[in-house]
Design a protein. Sequence first.
Lengths: 407, 357
Amino acid sequence: MVTSRRGFLSGVSTAAILSASDVAFGQKKYDDGASDTEIKIGHCCPYSGPASAYGVIGKCHQAFWKAVNDAGGINGRKVNFITLDDGYSPPKTVEVVRQLVEQEKVLLLYQTLGTPTNTAIHKYVNQKKVPHLYISTGASKWGDPKHFPWTMGFQPDYHTEGAIYAKHMLSRIKDPKIGILMQNDDYGKDYVDGFKEGLGKDKAKLIAKHVTYEVTDPTVDSQVIQLKDSGANVFFNVSTPKFAAQAIRKAADIGWKPTQYLNNVSASVASVIKPAGYEASQGILTAAYLKDPTDKQWDSSPDMKAWHAWMDKNMPGANQADGNYVFAYCVSALMLETLKRCGDTLTRENVMKQAAGFKNLELPLLLPGITINTSSTDFYPIQAVQLARFKAESWELFGEVMHAEST
Amino acid sequence: MPPFPKKWLIVLLVLGFGIPLLNPLMPDVVSSYRLFLVSTMIIAAIAVLGLNLLTGFNGQISLGHGAFYAVGAYAAAILMDQYDVPYYATLPIAAVICFVVGYLFGQPALKLEGHYLALATFALALSVPQILKYKWLEGITGGVQGIVLSKPEPPFGLPLSEDQWLYYYCFIVMVILFWISHNILNSRSGRAMMAIRDYPIAADTMGINLRLYKTVTFGISAAITGIAGALSASAIAFVAPDSFNIFLSIKFLIGLVVGGIGSLAGCVVGGIFYVLVDNSAQALSTFIKNDLGLQFDLSAYTVFGILLIALMYMMPMGIVGGVYAAMRSLRRGSKGPAPSERPAVAASKPAASRQGH
C-alpha cells in the first residue's frame, strides 16, 4: 500500500488547508510519547467479542495513520498508532489503557470506544493528566471540562439528539401518542432520557408504550406489534441497524403508519433503509451530522469523492456503504488537525489547548453548515445536527442546522 | 496429586512479598502497571480456585461462575457506593451473599448432572447481566451505567503506592483463601467432596450426605469466586454489566482446564495463564500476520483456541498435571503417567470440548 503524496493530500488534508497555524515557533517541547521523529497515539476498541462489529472503526484509524505516515507524517514526525483490543469489557479496558499510558508511554489517547469502557478509565486518565480525546461514544457526560479537563467527546450526544426529536414532534403533531422501541443498554437509555427531557415533565404521559429489546434478540417483531396495539401514532425507533430495519419493515407489514423518528445510529441507507424497503421508509425522520456514503445526493461532493478514492486506495475490499468508516475518517481528520496545530510543542497540555481551540473548523464528510467548535468551557466538538426526511431513495435535509445546547 | 513442596512454597511467598517493594528502586522492571497486572492474575487465580473446588474436587461442572463473580463484585460495589462500607469489609459480606446465592442455586442443581448442570449454570451466567440492568434493581446497581468507585488507599499511612497496596491486598487474600481451601480439602469434608466426585453411589453408601455436601460445596465455591469479584471491583474501581459477559465464565473454565483440574497450584497457573494469554493473544496475532506473512486476521480468541487445543493434546491434565507427570517420568526414567493418577477425567472432557468454539 503505497500512497502518493498527491493522493493523500487530496484525500486527507482538506481540513489542514483550511486551518491557519497559530503555533508559536521556537524551541521544541515534548512530553511522554513525543520526540523529533515520532508521536505515539494510544487507542483501544473491541476487535473481538460481542461488540467486535465496531472493530472496523479501529481498522480505519490504522489505515488513516499509515496513510499519514506514508505521506510524510505530521510536521516531519511519524505517528506511531498503537491500538489494542479491549473486547468491550471495562476491566480489560483499564488494563490496556494502563499498558498504553504506563508501558508504551503514549502522548495521548484517542477514540477509545464505548460508554462503559470509557467510564472505567475516566478517572484514571484525568489523574494521570493524559489527553483522552474525541472518544467514540455518544453519552452526554464527556463534555465536563470542570471536573474532567482531559476528556473530550466528539459526536453530538444521544441525549441532545433525543431532545431534538421530542421538541420537533411536539411542534408538529397534535395529540401525539408515542411508542418507543429501545435497545436495553446505555446507548438506548441515553436517547430515551433525552427524549423524555425534551418532552418536559408533564408530557411524559404522552408515551403510550415503551418496549425494549436485547442485542442478542433475533427479531423485534413482537415489540413492534405491541407498539401498534398501544394505538401510538408516533414511533421513536432507538435501535441499531439490524433491528431498525426489522422494525421499519414490520411496521409496514402490519399496516402501522405512525410518524417515525429514527435515531442517527441507524440512518444508513444501505444497512437500514434498503433492507427495510424504500416503500416502507418514506417519510421517516432522523437527525444527521455526517454524510451518508450510500446517499446519492453526496456522490458528486468533492469530500465524498476524495473519501471514496482514499478508501479504494487504503482500505481495498472494505464495505464503503458502512457509515463507521465515514465516522472514523472524519474523527481522524480532526485528530490530525489537532496534532498539526500543536506544531513543535507536543506536550499534553498543549494538545488539550489546541483541542479546545477550534472555531468553525470544517472537516471532510460533515454535513454542510456543521463545523467543529470548542473552547475551554465547551468540550462538545459537534453539537449541531440537521433533521432529514427520507424521500424516494435518499435523505432530504430540511430546516436549519440546529445548534443544540447540551445539558 | 502430590502436595506442593513446602520449601518452594516458602520461597514463593517470600518472593511474592518482597518483589513489589522493589517498585521504587526499579520502576521500569517492577512497574506499577506490572503490579496491577499481577493483581489481576491473583484475582483470576482466586476465581479459578472457587471453580476448581466445585468442578475439580466435587465433580460438578459450572459454566456460570462469572455470575457469582458478578454478584460478589456488585455486592462490594453497592456496599461501598451506597453504604460507605470500607473496601476491606466488603469481602466477608460479599462472600456470605455469594455463599447464600450459590447454596440456593445448588439446590435445584442437585437434580442435574454433568452436561445438564453445565447448561443450567450457563443460563445463570447469561442472565446475570440482564438482571443487573433490570429496572427495579437499577436504583442500586446503577443499571447499564454501572457504579464508579474509588481505589483502595494504603492503610495506617504505609509508604506504599496505590498499586503496591492493591497487590498486597489481593496477595494476602489469596494466601488466606488458598490456606483455607487446602485445609478444607485435607479434612474429612474434603475427602467426602472428592469421594462424591469419584463414585457418588459409593459415597452415598458410606453415609456421606450427598445433598448437603453438594450444595455446601456449591456455596463455598460461589463464595470464593465472589470474593474474587469483590476484589476486582476494588481493583478496577468500576462495575458494569458489560464487565460480566459470558466470556468471563468461559475464561475461568479455560484457566481451570489449563492450570490443572483438581490441583490448588493449578489455580494459580490457570489464573496467570488466562490473563497472560488474553493479554498477549493480540500481539501474537499481529505478529503472525505481519511477521509471518499470513494473509488473514486471527482474532485473539482464535489464538486462545489454538493454544488450548495444543495444550490439551500435550498436557491433558493441565500445566501442573503435565509438569508433575514430566517430573515423575524423569525420576523414574520411564514414560507416561500412571493411569491411577488421573482424577476427574470425566469432568475435564466436556469442559475441554467447550473451548473449541
